[in-house]
Ligand binder design. Structure first.
Ligand SMILES: Cc1cc2nc3c(=O)[nH]c(=O)nc-3n(C[C@H](O)[C@H](O)[C@H](O)COP(=O)(O)O)c2cc1C
Length: 249
């Protein structure tokens, strides 16, 4: 047995692919709880655990969020839909109880909450995949985060960052080839990628897009990334987050 190649955790992580079609079978409650508890195992900046997860069961709320996210049907079809929120409310309350003042919207605290939430959410998805479930994160809800706040009654200091659809897979998409290690792992000093290395990766991704079972298309990583960034400025986000008490200074 090869201790690296046969490591089941590494294999699971490298097998990840987003799943957007589900059988319709429910996820047992104990399984969902185990998934969330597993996510809570993530490290947390100063142990503030600055996140909350809202399980969305109300069909009307799912539809409204699906529309807000640009009509993504899997939000309504998934067995479970979770919204991951950066949550500084408990932290703020702890400061108030201890006469340590309020958080005042510092960028440092806001970033810590965003990072905590992302780490926790990834743990949930990995745990879910280890149980045979599939899922996809939904950043699209940041198109219209006010709708999410309204549907889920989110108070100040609780900001929705992204959702997660989970269900039993009814599709088996190919794994998307990741950037080669040489482009993301630097030793001692940062080096910009060699143009030839980027061009090689563009070819790998063009082959992947051309050959994949569903939604085959032309395009490489550079062109797809540039196009994706065009439409995702979401200028409302900074005022939205500030209104909720994040990123004020
Ligand atoms: C924070 C975040 C938000 C995402 N938002 C969406 C989304 O709104 N809709 C969607 O279909 N996929 C979404 N995705 C999935 C990505 O498109 C997907 O992870 C990426 O293309 C890589 O493919 P893979 O997950 O199959 O490896 C999101 C992923 C992340 C991490």
């Amino acid at each position: 047995m090869d201790p690296i190649a046969d490591n089941p955790v590494i294999q699971l992580l490298r097998r990840h692919r987003s799943v957007r079609r589900y059988t319709g079978e429910p996820i047992p409650a104990a399984m969902l709880e185990a998934v969330i508890r597993a996510g809570q195992g993530a490290a947390s900046s100063s142990f503030i655990q600055a996140y909350s997860v809202v399980r969305v069961t109300r069909a009307a709320a799912r539809s409204a969020i699906a529309r807000a996210a640009g009509n993504q049907p899997w939000i309504e079809q998934a067995a479970e839909f979770l919204v991951f929120c950066a949550d500084l409310r408990r932290v703020d309350a702890a400061c108030r109880r201890s006469d340590a003042g309020t958080l005042e919207g510092w960028t440092e605290h806001s970033l810590a909450a965003v990072v905590d939430t992302a780490l926790m959410a990834q743990g949930c998805l990995v745990a879910a995949e280890s149980l045979g479930l599939g899922g996809v994160f939904i950043g699209g809800l940041r198109n219209d985060p006010e709708t999410v706040v309204e549907q889920l009654a989110l108070p100040e200091l609780v900001a929705p960052l992204f959702g997660l659809c989970l269900g039993w897979p009814a599709e088996d998409p190919q794994v998307k080839p990741r950037l080669p290690l040489a482009l993301i792992l630097h030793e001692d000093r940062y080096r910009d990628p060699a143009p030839a290395a980027m061009a090689d990766y563009d070819r790998v991704i063009a082959d992947y897009y051309a050959a994949r079972d569903r939604n085959a298309r032309a395009g490489d990583w550079t062109s797809t990334t540039a196009r994706a960034m065009q439409g995702k400025k979401r200028e409302h986000l900074l005022p939205f987050l500030r209104r909720l008490g994040f990123f004020r200074q």
